[in-house]
Design a protein around this ligand. Sequence first.
Ligand SMILES: Cc1cc2nc3c(=O)[nH]c(=O)nc-3n(C[C@H](O)[C@H](O)[C@H](O)COP(=O)(O)O)c2cc1C
Length: 404
Amino acid sequence: MSQPEYIEIRALGDTKLFEPIQVGPNTLNQRIAFAPTTRRRATSDHVPVDLELDYYTKRAQAPGTLIITEATFVSPQGSGSNYVPGIFTKEQVKGWKKINDSIHKEKSFSSIQLWYLGRAAEPAVLKKDGLPFLGPSAIYKTEESEKAAKESGNELRPFTIEEINRLVNEEYPNAARNALEAGFDYFELHAAHSYAISQFFNPASNKRTDKYGGSIENRARILLEIIDKLIPIVGANRLAVRLSPWATFQTSEPEGEEIHSYILKELQKRSDQGNELAYISIVEPRVSGSLDVEKDKQIGSNEFANKIWKGKFIKAGNYTYDAPDFKSLLEDVQDNRTLIGFSRFFTSNPDLVSRLKNGYPLLKYDRAVFYDQDNWGYNTYNNYDEQKTFDENRERNRYGLALA
Ligand SMILES: Cc1cc2nc3c(=O)[nH]c(=O)nc-3n(C[C@H](O)[C@H](O)[C@H](O)COP(=O)(O)O)c2cc1C
């Protein structure tokens, strides 16, 4: 067996990263968030179970950490991928409530990332539930998606206005109310990475000629409508949005600065009127989806966002690239309003916060186990001071989740 690989880091305990920060109604002990990380370990009914309970509890172990959940389906129509959790049934709410109680016991905080797949769904999975395959326009993300849609007899078609109304006025509000019941502290709208909301932003996936397509105002409309709908339900100071202006994951072109400038101006306008959102999560151009972007292929900069949005940011995207020094991270937290999100290194280092604080080496992550449906490579990572060994055969079967 090969030796585990580590990256060496400096201790960050005496830097701004470890100063408390107010986010909405809560004070976090450090400026570190677990960025949303899909792991596909829920049941076939989209229920988060003991697997997720153990996983999130361990990552919440440093008091005052912000745990953002993996992207979680808002509604059956928003789904279309197996083993991803949801927040639209009683069982799902119960599963998340248990997880939130446990995160809160660690004195940490939780944010749910609300997800609607749109054209990124698997058409056959929707078909099995008797649901149509919907996007802003009938433009497939790839040839494979088109082939899968045709083979399953569920071809992509544009949302009707009634379907958009239902999404805005029923599906998201219902999910937000369920998430409140489940005890989440924050509610993050996934408006990144070319899923439904961001498909509306992008002319590459949105050719509509009604009030949801065409101009920037029209393409951003669905997000702002959802935000205005959810503010009275969860409170502006607990609502958040994730944006990825430069990602090309699942799309032929990035959304870019112009539409995001408009969105941020609109959100700042709401702040100025007393409805400041808890945070804006923004993905750095160093990554696209879950992959690093090579230096010479990186496009754009989020500098424009710093100028428009005056509230809190969570920034994520390969902040370990310049370890052991963390020059970028330390520069970015200087403004006293930025938290840093980590995804991949949180998968393999459940005590990531303590390792960053103390300068303990970080165990490299294993991409091969990101999306498996068992406990191997999920709850089989140790804290720095633990030496537990795990048996792959046993962990592959530990929860009896024969997820057919
Ligand atoms: C396995 C995996 C799953 C991810 N799932 C999500 C997700 O559900 N929602 C999301 O907005 N981003 C998701 N991302 C992107 C991360 O949140 C993050 O932006 C990206 O990995 C860069 O951060 P990192 O360099 O710390 O890993 C995922 C990334 C990985 C590696």
